[in-house]
Each structure stands twice: as C-alpha cells, then as structure tokens.
Design a protein around this ligand. Structure first.
Ligand SMILES: Cc1cc2nc3c(=O)[nH]c(=O)nc-3n(C[C@H](O)[C@H](O)[C@H](O)COP(=O)(O)OP(=O)(O)OC[C@H]3O[C@@H](n4cnc5c(N)ncnc54)[C@H](O)[C@@H]3O)c2cc1C
Length: 455
C-alpha cells in the first residue's frame, strides 16, 4: 500500500483529495504561484501525526505542515506535492499554569484564541504577527510582531515542545522551568525550522502579566530619517517601549485609502507604553522630550480601549492596505533587520532605491528591533516587473548584510530567501545541511524549503 492509501485508511474523510481543499492549501498571501499538495490530512492527535509521518517516511512522500497558511515566503506551499498536514483540528489549550506564567497548547491554537482563553487570568501572550496565525506556525517561522521590542519573539517565548520527528517518533524538548543548561537546545533548533526538522504537536509558551496601565499614541515627523533617528535615540536611552512602529508617508496613504482615515501623509510612529500609571506617564514624557529634537508634530493619544484596538488593527492590516496603492497586483514584502544604530541609513536607502527604480513601495517596521518591511506592489505575470522587484529586494538584503544585519527578521526563508543563505551564513550553511541530513535523511519534511539546492 502507498502512504496515501495507509493515511486514507487511518483518517477516512479527514484525508481530502478534493481540488478546492488542495488549492486552498497551495495558495499564498504573497506573490508565489499556486502549489497544491496531492492531499490534505487533518490529524487530531500527536499519535495520528506520528502515524502519518511514518507512512510518508516508508515511501518518501513529502509532508508539509500547515498552520493557517499566512507565511509570506511560501513556506507552507507543497512544491513537491505529497501531504499537506493541516494542524487546525489540534486546537486545544491544554493547560494554563498561571502561577508559573506559562500555557501548554496544541499547534493549531491561534494567537487571538489563546488570548481570549487567558482573558480571566490577568495574563497574556504577546507575540502578534499581523495575521491571526497558528502558534505552531508562529514557532516554526520564529515569528514576531509589534510587541517584540518589549516581550521578545517566538524564540524568547517558547519554553518547551513536543515534536514528531521524520521517522515518526515523538520527542519532548525543554521543560516548564524558566531556564535550563541541560544539553543541546533542541527546542530552539525546532523553533524557526519551518517544518523541515519536525512537526510541532504541543508547545509550552511563556505568558506575561497584563500591564496595569496602557497608553497608545501616534505622532508624525518631517522626514523618515527624523522618525527613525528618534527611534534610535529612544531605544539607546532605554525607554522601555511596548510598541514603536514606523509607517512611512506611502503607507499612510495606503491606510487612508484602505481604512478611510485622513492622516497627514507624513512618516508616523505608532506607540504604546506599558506599566504602572505613573511609569507610563513618565515613559511618554521621556519619549516626547526626545521626539521634540526631531520635529515631532500631531501627537494623538488613543486613550480608550476601542481607539487602541482600532489603531493596532489598522497597523496589523498594513499588508492589505498596501494593496490600495496599486490595486490588481500582489504585495511582495521585504523583511530586513539591521543593528539599531544603522536603521536610519537602511530605511532611507530603501526609500530612495524604490523611488529610483520606479516601484510602489510602502514601509512599515517594528523599528525598535531594527526590523522593517517594504510592501512592494508587483504583477507576478509581468516578468520584467517581477525581475525589477526581486532586484530591489536583493539590494535591500545586500544592504542589511553590509550593515551587520539579516535578510529576514521574522518572515523566514521559505522559497524566496534561499538565495541569500550562503551570503548570510557562509560556512555555517554546511552545518545546517548536516543537521537536516541527520534529522531527515530521506528529506520528506517540507522538502525544497529553507536550504538552497547544492550547486
Ligand atoms: C497580513 C499579514 C501580516 C503578517 N505580519 C507578520 C508579522 O508582523 N510578523 C511575522 O513574524 N510574520 C508576519 N506574517 C507572516 C505569518 O503570519 C507568519 O509567518 C506566521 O508565523 C505563519 O503562521 P501560520 O500558522 O500561518 O503558518 P503557515 O503559513 O501555515 O506555515 C508556516 C511554516 O511553518 C510550518 N508549520 C506550520 N505549522 C507547523 C507545525 N505545527 N510544526 C512544524 N511546522 C509547522 C509550515 O510547514 C511552514 O513552513 C504576516 C502575514 C500576513 C498575511
């Protein structure tokens, strides 16, 4: 029997070969072409995941894990066919250990679902990519978001894992302790491995106390360099920002078109402060003192919970708002991250380059971390335009590496960034290949992703 027959016998209707289900799992929010799997499996337990992987290992069928399919570098696409392993039915919050500030979840729980479940506890899970992604997918891409500047990324917020390995065995890594010196850190090898080393079937996540007071605001600056230089000084002054997000003038235009706002088309910072009420007031005052040096104007407090939610919803929808700038095209999102002292140089260079190359590009950035995205509109059917946009993206990657940064702060490698792996990692790339070969010798787990083909 083939793997597909075995899995069909095990899952019954929970293995779907229907064209629309396969297409839905082979589609991306980004510019990548449709790449449907041969079938989609919907397991409900770690043991079922293990049995599926064992069946696939027996005849070399590719297995690509699927959370919510929001990754932006084509990570979840089944480019070699096989099984798309949809983990959305493994969606239980297994435990909330409030006294230890952690929660144990299945991989299909989304970040907003977890926070809904935590509502009565006074705790929250901070990592917030714009999409309502699954926590398994977020761990697999080492995702972050607007609050990483204060609370860290998935790297800092995953304590322990259960994973199914390429031979179908089930392992546990890490513990509920806040720290450990016990052996190789397999938890953090799996975090960010994009489903190429194992399937995450359970996650223990770090939780944080809800802040006593929250204050949010927006303000604008004469130029993007002023806004970013303000951010650099704020971070270097150790003001504990909870959120500090840049949107450039083009992105503001996108928001106005998409959300019906009428923000002045100038670079803006979106801000949030967390702490005790007096601490929040002090942080905001310290920020405003620094911002005054850079010509800040138009300070707008978002005082109510509704106003704050509207502000961050607008920011989280930036990917879609970019669409309003040039309807009918797709958005290619770049994702470089640089040391904070070089951020102004990188952002200004990105804006100038887009203008010189005649591209419609809007910048948003988790700038407190030195991370920013250019959302560039492109028609993937237009080969010349696609080549120009990829050239732009490549030049930004070169800039990031020249400045001591990385080609991806949070979106990951997937398909699109493989070409920069050698430049970023040098000889370390061979050691990554050795890990993949040792952990998945038959190359069944998300084959063709992350590691570039050997030349
Ligand atoms: C509008 C929008 C805004 C975004 N904003 C951000 C942002 O601010 N920050 C950010 O980091 N990202 C952002 N993203 C990208 C995306 O949301 C993240 O990459 C997210 O972590 C993907 O999660 P997912 O559940 O959709 O995973 P998927 O896209 O389904 O999968 C992503 C990868 O993880 C693997 N995977 C999924 N589940 C598992 C599992 N259980 N075990 C092993 N491997 C698994 C898949 O095989 C694939 O390689 C944004 C995307 C959109 C569309």
């Amino acid at each position: 029997m083939s793997a597909m027959d075995d899995i069909a016998a095990m899952l019954g209707p929970r293995l779907s070969r229907g064209a629309s289900v396969c297409e839905q799992h082979g589609r991306s929010e980004a510019h990548y072409a449709l790449a449907p799997p041969d079938a989609v499996a919907f397991p409900e337990t770690p043991e079922e995941v293990a049995a599926i992987v064992r069946a696939c290992a027996a005849d070399g069928t590719p297995v690509t894990a699927y959370g919510t399919g929001t990754s932006l570098e084509g990570q979840h696409l089944a480019i070699r066919g096989g099984i798309s392993l949809d983990l959305s039915r493994m969606d239980r919050v297994l435990a909330v250990n409030a006294e230890d500030l952690n929660a144990v979840v299945q991989p299909g729980v989304t970040r907003t679902r977890l926070n809904e479940e935590l509502r009565a506890t006074g705790l929250f899970f901070p990592v917030d990519p714009g999409a309502d992604a699954s926590l398994g997918g977020m761990a697999a891409t080492r995702a972050s978001g607007t609050t990483a500047v204060r609370y860290g990324t998935m790297r800092e917020n995953v304590l322990a894992l259960q994973a199914v390995m390429a031979d179908g065995s089930i392992i546990r890594t890490g513990s509920q302790a806040r720290k450990s010196s016990a052996g190789y850190d397999l938890t953090h090898l799996l975090v960010g491995s994009e489903g190429t080393l194992g399937i995450l079937t359970e996650l223990t996540l770090r939780l944080h106390p809800l802040p006593e007071a929250v204050a949010a605001a927006t303000c604008r600056f004469p130029t993007v360099a002023d806004a970013v230089n303000c951010v650099i000084l704020v971070i270097q002054s150790a003001i504990p920002m909870a959120r500090i997000e840049l949107v450039d003038e083009m992105m503001v235009r996108g928001f106005n078109l998409h959300s019906g706002t009428d923000l002045p088309e100038k670079p803006h910072l979106f801000l949030e402060f967390h702490g005790a009420p007096t601490a929040v007031a002090e942080q905001a005052a310290a920020f405003r003192e620094i911002a005054a040096e850079f010509g800040v104007a138009g300070w707008q407090d978002a005082t109510t919970t509704e106003a704050r939610s509207a502000l961050w919803a607008m920011r989280h929808n930036a990917h879609y708002a970019t669409g309003a700038l040039e309807p009918g095209k797709r958005t290619l999102a770049t994702d470089v991250c640089v040391p904070i002292s070089t951020l102004a140089e990188a952002v200004v260079e990105a804006q100038d380059l887009a203008r010189t190359m005649g591209l419609t590009s809007a910048i948003v950035g988790h700038v407190g971390d030195g991370n920013f995205h250019c959302g560039v509109r492109v028609n993937p059917e237009d080969a010349a335009e696609m080549a120009r946009v990829l050239d732009f993206s490549g030049r930004l990657a070169e800039t990031a590496l020249r400045l001591g940064g990385t080609v991806t702060g949070e979106h990951g490698i997937g398909l699109g960034k493989q070409k920069y792996m050698a430049a970023e990692h040098g000889p370390a790339l061979a050691w990554m290949r050795a890990i993949k070969a040792a952990w998945d010798p038959a190359n069944i787990l998300n084959p063709g992703k992350m590691l570039p083909p050997e030349s």
